[in-house]
Ligand binder design. Structure first.
Ligand code: HEC
Ligand code: HEC
Length: 352
């Protein structure tokens, strides 16, 4: 793993990983931000979900891409472009946590300030990590089209500690919790109304395969090793942006490929649509006939499979124990990590 990671960093950027002056790297949503010499410790120390009934070996570690020692190459100020946009943003802009690059203004309603800019010092712009249109990425979550009431409730639960997380202490989720604690009710309402009004885009292509390109973790997301070899997929979904440059620039039209083991889509479809007694519950009963959600319940179609698995795991482990958890309890009670993988692979094939 380490070998691949080091080789890839040198290869992709033409620099040796670790040349970056600063020691502390904060992974923020998609990007690694290099802070100054006297870094502040993480603002929050939320408890990690405990009491997981899954055996250690069954933990779906693949869904938690996280490499805290990754050193991002420095970002420059050169104006960049992406297909279909006349706007220009630089790599440095895309690392600014108080500026959501708005590449495609015609794709969304007017962004409220909290989404576009946030509020210093602690409310980082929602539209940075979640992207201007809430399309999100494997390292966080899509928000486009979620019910406003659901978004507000999640913010309340991040704030109260009713929603924590399983797995490693990834900076993106620590920052999410810090933002939820600092945002005002009015900011949360505005952000929720905005994201609820944006139409989600179909951006994920699921590819079933036995072997995958080698990848490394650039902080909080996977990248294909350029010119790298292939390796067995194993019991994992490997989710990568189709274009890393556009992904890092937070282009909301960038697509993703999710490599999944052969047979996962069929197995997932059966679990989602026709579960046998004692396995799980038909998702459409609550998530809507097309699984795109209802006025209260979030959609689960066409979302990042890594995100979906983290949430199923969080409901199962009790890391998510908010108001909506009782409704998800029977769904996850008997789901193995292999079932979760299959369910997520299938859901990711559907239009959001
Ligand atoms: C530093 C990056 C970052 C910023 C800034 C950020 N978020 Fe998040 N957000 C995340 C991550 C990461 C998650 C997913 C946590 C997980 O994996 O469980 C998340 C999850 C969420 C969720 C849960 C989505 C779901 O489907 O349940 C909501 C709602 C949300 N964020 C809203 C917001 C709002 C509103 C703002 C701005 C006020 C914001 N976020 C700013 C990183 C961020
Ligand atoms: C009895 C109703 C019910 C059923 C059946 C159900 N869900 Fe849910 N689900 C919910 C509710 C309600 C929430 C929101 C929970 C909250 O507010 O924290 C949710 C949340 C989720 C989430 C988190 C979404 C997000 O944005 O973070 C996922 C993933 C999920 N469900 C997957 C499934 C799958 C897969 C199935 C079927 C195998 C399923 N659910 C069946 C009611 C249900």
């Amino acid at each position: 793993m380490l070998r691949v990671f080091t080789a890839a960093s040198g290869c992709r950027r033409g620099v040796i990983a670790g040349r970056v002056a600063s020691r502390l790297l904060l992974i923020t949503g998609a990007l690694v931000v290099v802070l100054g010499a006297a870094p502040a410790p993480p603002a929050v120390e939320p408890p990690v979900g405990t009491g997981s009934p899954l055996a250690e070996t069954e933990f779906p570690a693949w869904a938690y891409a996280w490499e805290p020692d990754y050193r991002a190459p420095p970002a420059d100020n050169l104006p960049q472009s992406v297909p279909g946009s006349s706007r220009r943003f630089s790599a440095a802009d895309a690392r600014n946590l108080f500026l959501a690059p708005d590449w495609h203004p015609a794709d969304h309603p007017r962004m409220p300030r909290v989404v576009a800019r946030g509020r210093r010092p602690a409310v980082r712009a929602c539209g940075v990590c979640h992207r201007a249109e809430g399309t999100g990425g494997p390292e966080n979550s899509s928000l486009a089209g979620l019910p406003a009431s659901y978004i507000v409730r999640q913010m309340t639960e991040f704030k109260s500690g009713a929603r924590t997380f399983s797995g490693p202490r990834r900076s993106p989720v620590l920052l999410m919790i810090a933002v939820a604690k600092a945002a005002t009710d009015a900011e949360v309402r505005e952000a929720a109304a905005y994201f609820a009004a944006v139409r989600p885009k179909p951006l994920i292509k699921v590819v079933e395969t036995d072997v995958v390109p080698q990848t490394y973790i650039a902080g909080s997301f996977r990248v294909i090793v350029p010119g790298g070899g292939r390796e067995p997929i194993g019991p994992r979904i490997i989710e990568v942006p189709a274009d890393v440059r556009r992904f890092e620039l937070r282009d909301t039209r960038v697509t993703f490929r999710a490599f999944a083991p052969r047979g996962s889509i069929t197995r997932g479809a059966a679990l989602v649509n026709r579960p046998r007694a004692g396995t799980t519950v038909t998702c459409a009963r609550c998530h809507g006939a097309d699984l795109k959600g209802t006025a209260q319940v979030p959609g689960i179609a066409g979302r990042s499979p890594s995100y979906l698995v983290r949430q199923l795991q969080d409901f199962k482990s009790g890391a998510r124990r908010g108001e909506g958890r009782p409704q998800m309890a029977a769904t996850v009670e008997h789901l193995s990590s292999g079932d979760m993988l299959a369910v997520a692979a299938y859901l990711a094939t559907l239009a959001p």
